[in-house]
Design a protein around this ligand. Structure first.
Ligand code: NDP
Length: 307
């Protein structure tokens, strides 16, 4: 295995810290799920560094409010809103088809966590797998030529430490044989998101497209609406500014030029583990979430689903 990538940053670093001195003028970025939480701060930091940013959101009115706020906060007017519901294939395809020109940065950030009942989404697939993974897979594929045109694009897949709760269970992606468990399903979807970056990087690095994945950490946001709020003890939590740091670092920092297919946490590459750590605050990625064979297999499964 290659050496773990280390940055000068740590778990306390913020999105502003990792973009100090970074100039993104002329770069075009998309951030999905930028109406709330980490996505808003990710978009803010990219704008503050001079990028043109599209907030890809399912509620355009809410997106316009965020855009107005970000213009005021950053002094960068180059923010626009695009309608995108990642849980709806027609919406994903329409969004991708409407994009023209190069795309330098794609942050697949939108997400849902642990709806209590089994729901089904794209092509009948379990809703978290469909929303967190399949929608972003279709989006990334739909934007492939725009990413290639950028000649040096970055794809960032926002995974989660929750991936440690489940590999992708290829024989039962949709809980048709096993009982639905909301955390297991979230874990599976976040492993899938990590694998999306691993395989996109393998396939597309030759076209200058590098993809990485990350765990933002534990941050109190709208994400925990089905779980009664964030339960993580205070000292293991991050602020939203800290939570967005790893996404923004992977999207924007020249320090990761030429780096791809890796899983980051606390702005550094996480070590692989063969079992879920029992203590809180341990930085780790399950070997199954960065396994190239899993990544290729899932890509092919997802392509077949979307055919
Ligand atoms: P939020 O709930 O605050 O933000 C999630 C965003 O995703 C919202 O903008 C939401 O839109 C959007 N979204 C949800 N479903 C869809 C959809 N179908 N189409 C388009 N957009 C959608 O959560 P966070 O900011 O915390 O989460 C951002 C990412 O970080 C997620 O992928 C999450 O899994 C990941 N993460 C977060 C952690 C945390 O502790 N907060 C920990 C680990 C990972 P709307 O406003 O319309 O609901």
């Amino acid at each position: 295995m290659s050496q773990l990538f280390q940055s000068p940053f740590d778990r306390n670093s913020t999105a502003s810290d990792v973009t100090k001195g970074v100039d993104l003028s002329g770069k075009r970025a998309i951030v999905t799920g930028a109406t709330s939480g980490i996505g808003v701060e990710t978009a803010r930091a990219l704008l503050a560094a001079g990028a043109q940013v599209t907030l890809a959101v399912r509620r355009p009115e809410a997106g316009e409010q965020v855009a107005a706020d970000l213009r005021a906060r950053t002094g960068n007017d180059a923010v626009r809103v695009g309608r995108l519901d990642v849980a709806d294939l027609d919406s994903v395809n329409a969004f991708a088809a409407s994009w023209s020109g190069a795309l330098h940065i794609l942050v697949n950030n939108a997400g849902i966590m642990m709806p209590p009942e089994l729901e089904r989404g794209i092509r009948g697939h379990e809703q978290q797998f469909a929303t967190n993974y399949l929608g972003h897979f279709a989006l990334t594929l739909g934007l492939h030529s725009a990413l290639a045109e950028a000649q040096g694009a970055r794809v960032v897949s926002v995974s989660s430490g929750g991936h440690l709760f489940s590999p992708v269970v290829f024989d039962d992606l949709d809980f048709r044989f096993r009982p639905y468990d909301a955390l297991t399903a979230y874990g599976q979807s976040k492993t899938a998101e990590a694998l999306l970056a691993v395989e996109a990087d393998r396939r597309w690095a030759g076209e200058g497209i590098r993809a990485n994945t990350l765990n933002p950490g534990a941050i109190a946001t709208g994400l925990q609406k089905h779980t009664g709020g964030l339960r993580t003890p205070e000292r293991y939590r991050k602020t939203i500014e800290q939570g967005a740091a790893t996404s923004v670092f992977l999207a924007a920092s020249p320090l990761v030029d030429g780096i791809g297919g890796r899983y980051f946490e606390d702005v550094n590459e996480a070590p692989q583990v063969d079992a879920r750590p029992t203590e809180l605050g341990v930085t780790a990625v399950a070997a199954y979430a960065v396994d190239p064979a899993n990544a290729e297999r899932l890509w092919n499964v997802a392509r077949d689903i979307l055919r």
